[in-house]
Design a binder for this molecule. Structure first.
Ligand SMILES: *Cc1c(COP(=O)(O)O)cnc(C)c1O
Length: 428
């Protein structure tokens, strides 16, 4: 499928007069249409709810949009819990799916009444000690081990992942929890990441529904919900076929009718904790070409770098690139598109065919709406960019200002570096 940017050169030139590149920009219209389609696809399940994986894009403006459609938040850290609570989420609005969890995070999750999804059987005692008593509702994360395959295709290797309870531990854990007064149970699993196939959720659902039936039968625990977690992916590459969320919802419905309904479990609620699928395609990192270098290869040096988008450097991930204003030209030039870190893996693209690029051209790096800005860091003393929102009416709103040197130096308490660097004030 052809990938088109949701911004034009003209719009970016106008925006850049006020908010210089690099910046992440999000498409409100795309986010709204997608969440509507998701809700529709699972509307057959009465208890269905999406808990947006906050770590994907922890921005209150964006989470508020999703909240209008009834989404809750999936958190896994103290500040994610704080952000969700500041947005008015409480109790059942928050899913806390963490691992290696520090006590103060369980304590806050407990105070907020969040639904806690335990990552390990030893966390039962740890949680009870931390909170004083166990909540009435608890969920356990399942790790089946081995590999997760669809047909002959291996999708991922849960057996090598640090998460979850083994199968035996699920049964033991549910018995323990029931003895200690837990009344409503959930099952959670995240077995493959960024799947671009309509078959992943139905296959995952089949495994979890079968487990749910066995758990309820053998332990007597009342299974209130099954959490299919994240993992629905997006087509980063132009040759990938996007997921069809209607087909996915329908596939899960069929398995539900086949396994849960006959077992008398037709009241089980389905939850999802999607991140990438919710916002990924609706973000671009917009950056400007500031240098061209001709050595053994041709390089385009841009004003963004891996601190703004880590996925290519970290995973070798493909992110599509559009040279704005040159959308219809032939891609007959081969470039490495690089940032300024003193790190040779700071490359947004390697051997990428693009139209001929000039210094000053703006480029849009696609699919940065999830796990983009949020994975940012400060290596080389580089600062985080702004985040902007392209509203449905075409206006552009600043939803997070860019960092300034003052932010970067703000944690050197006691050294007096602030007063030396910014005797006049804020240093912006
Ligand atoms: C990261 C994560 C998600 C979201 O994953 P996506 O691939 O962005 O959908 C959901 N649940 C948990 C527990 C996660 O760690």
């Amino acid at each position: 499928m052809e990938k088109r940017a949701f911004v034009t050169k003209e719009l970016v030139e106008k925006i850049a007069q006020k908010y210089p590149t690099p910046f992440h920009i999000y498409d409100e219209k795309g986010i709204r249409e997608n969440v509507k389609a998701l809700k529709e696809a699972f509307s057959w399940n009465k208890g269905y709810r999406e808990f947006f994986a906050v770590k994907a894009t922890p921005n209150p403006f964006l989470i508020s949009i999703l909240r209008e459609y009834g989404c809750g938040c999936d958190c896994s850290s103290l500040t994610e819990l704080m952000l969700s609570s500041a947005l008015g989420m409480e109790g059942g609005d928050i899913m806390f799916s963490s691992n290696d969890t520090p006590p103060e995070e369980f304590a806050l999750a407990g105070r907020l009444g969040a639904t806690i999804n335990l990552d390990d059987i030893t966390h039962i005692d740890f949680l009870e000690k931390t909170l004083g008593r166990l909540p009435k509702t608890l969920s356990c994360r399942f790790n089946p081990g081995g590999c997760f395959a669809m047909g002959t295709r291996i999708m991922d290797h849960p057996g090598d992942a640090k998460y979850g309870f083994t199968r035996e531990q699920m049964f033991e854990g549910f018995r323990l929890l029931k003895e200690r007064g837990v009344e409503n149970f959930g099952i959670h699993a995240f077995l493959a990441s960024n799947t671009v196939t309509n078959g992943y959720y139905p296959e995952l659902a089949r495994q979890l529904f079968e487990l749910a039936v066995e758990l309820q039968r053998e332990t007597g625990a009342r299974i209130a919900f099954v959490n299919l977690s994240g993992g629905i992916g997006i087509p980063y590459r132009p040759d990938q076929e996007p997921n069809d969320i209607r087909a996915i919802g329908e596939g899960v419905r069929r398995v539900y009718e086949e396994i849960l309904v006959p077992a008398g479990m037709g009241d089980v609620a389905l939850y999802t904790e999607l991140g990438r699928f919710m916002t990924g395609p609706y973000g671009h990192l917009v950056t400007r070409v500031i240098h061209q270098k001709h050595i053994y290869k041709e390089y385009l040096g841009v004003d963004a770098c891996a601190v703004n988008l880590m996925r290519p450097a970290m995973y070798g991930a493909y992110h599509h690139i559009t040279v704005l204003g040159k959308e219809n030209r032939v891609c007959d030039h081969k470039y490495d598109v690089v940032g300024s870190l003193c790190e040779n893996n700071d490359k947004f693209a390697i051997d990428r065919m693009l139209p001929q690029v000039e210094i000053g051209d703006y480029i849009a790096i696609h699919d940065t709406g999830a796990h983009g800005f949020s994975m940012g860091y400060n290596y080389n003393g580089k600062l985080r960019s702004a985040e902007l929102l392209l509203r449905e009416d075409g206006s552009v709103e600043l939803i997070r200002r860019r960092e300034t040197p003052r932010d970067y130096f703000a944690t050197f308490d006691g050294f007096g570096i602030y007063d030396r660097l910014f005797p006049e004030g804020d240093g912006r």
